[in-house]
Design a protein around this ligand. Structure first.
Ligand code: ASP
Length: 317
């Protein structure tokens, strides 16, 4: 099956069938990544460019590995080291790269909507690797894959997202995806870290961990996104941990087999205690990282298929 889209900009634009197509293909890539020989040639001859205007460890390394394991040529561009520093606009930077006949541009940018704006100007495929507070679609896809593998299906699952929901693109993409696949979503945060319209996104809203975590199958913890905060949103990190940090005591409010997730990077002792983060029975955090590569391989693969068809049609003319 092919994706109907040329770009992957957000979960909001995908339907349940498309999400499942990506997850099903990613399952195959998990197996491939566990083999000693991990290199395929699905994207042989294609060029993938990672253009990051914000720091990243997991997402960038994961896209790079995903593209390399599919046999693509990959380059990584750090905005700090590009002509962006010389005053070039985002669009000009993207159009410059596009003129070099690249196939996929993976972009992370601090402004919500910037990746969409850029995608309208180029003819390569664009993947959103996180735009401001808006969306981070591949994170939600890898989270869904991790949940589906451990809990068999997403439908009917109680997923609780805790922490800085206000500034989190991960929370938004996850809320969209989980609603599309029939999970029940709850968010737990202090009022100051909740978007005003959060319930309209499709979730139950709680401001106390004790009630919010009741019956949870999955607990997804979020980092305080200080880089997006103007002013003080919490009295202190210590007080935040006391009320909203996940530790053994708060974990006990959830189901006995509830699993813990975190998109990373973690701030230990702020939103999560090391004891639960490192509990291999309950924590899926490193599994999320592993599955991230497979999900990004699936996205790169599927987005390249229509291009390959177009290429074949051109070659036949
Ligand atoms: N890595 C995730 C993101 O880029 C979450 C985070 O930074 O806290 O949105």
């Amino acid at each position: 099956m092919l994706l109907e889209h040329r770009h992957l900009l957000g979960i909001a634009e995908l339907n349940a069938g498309e999400i499942n197509t990506i997850l099903d293909l990613a399952e195959n890539y998990i197996e491939m990544n566990r083999e000693p020989q991990r290199k395929g040639n699905r994207l042989k001859g294609r060029t993938v460019v990672n253009l990051f205007f914000e720091v990243s460890t997991r997402t960038r390394a994961s896209f790079e590995l995903a593209a390399m394991r599919l046999g693509a040529d990959v380059i990584n561009m750090d905005a700090e080291a590009s002509s962006f520093r010389k005053g070039e606009t985002l669009i000009d930077t993207a159009m410059t790269l596009n003129a070099m006949h690249i196939d996929v541009l993976v972009v992370r940018h601090p402004a919500s909507g910037a990746v969409k704006l850029l995608s309208d100007k180029v003819n390569c495929s664009v993947i959103n690797a996180g735009d401001g507070q808006h969306e981070h679609p591949t994170q939600a896809l890898l989270d869904a894959l991790a949940m589906r593998r451990r809990k068999k299906k997403l439908e009917g699952l109680n997923v609780v997202i805790c922490g800085d929901v206000l500034h989190s693109r991960v929370a938004r993409s996850n809320i969209f995806l989980l609603n599309k696949l029939g999970a029940q979503v709850r968010v737990v945060a202090p009022y100051t870290l909740l978007p005003r319209d959060v319930a309209q996104l499709g979730c139950e809203v709680h401001t106390r961990m004790e009630t919010g975590l009741k019956n949870a199958d999955i607990i997804m913890m979020l980092r305080l996104q200080k880089e997006r905060m103007e002013g003080a949103f919490i009295p202190s990190a210590r007080e935040y941990f006391h009320f909203f940090g996940l530790d053994r005591k708060k974990l006990a409010y959830a189901k006995p087999d509830a699993l813990i997730m975190h998109p990373g990077p973690m701030n230990r002792g702020v939103e999560i205690d090391s004891e639960v983060a490192d509990d291999i029975q309950r924590s899926m955090i490193l599994e999320q990282v592993e599955l991230g590569v497979a999900v990004r391989m699936a996205c790169l693969d599927l987005l390249s298929r229509p291009l390959q068809r177009a290429g074949l049609a051109e070659a036949a003319q």
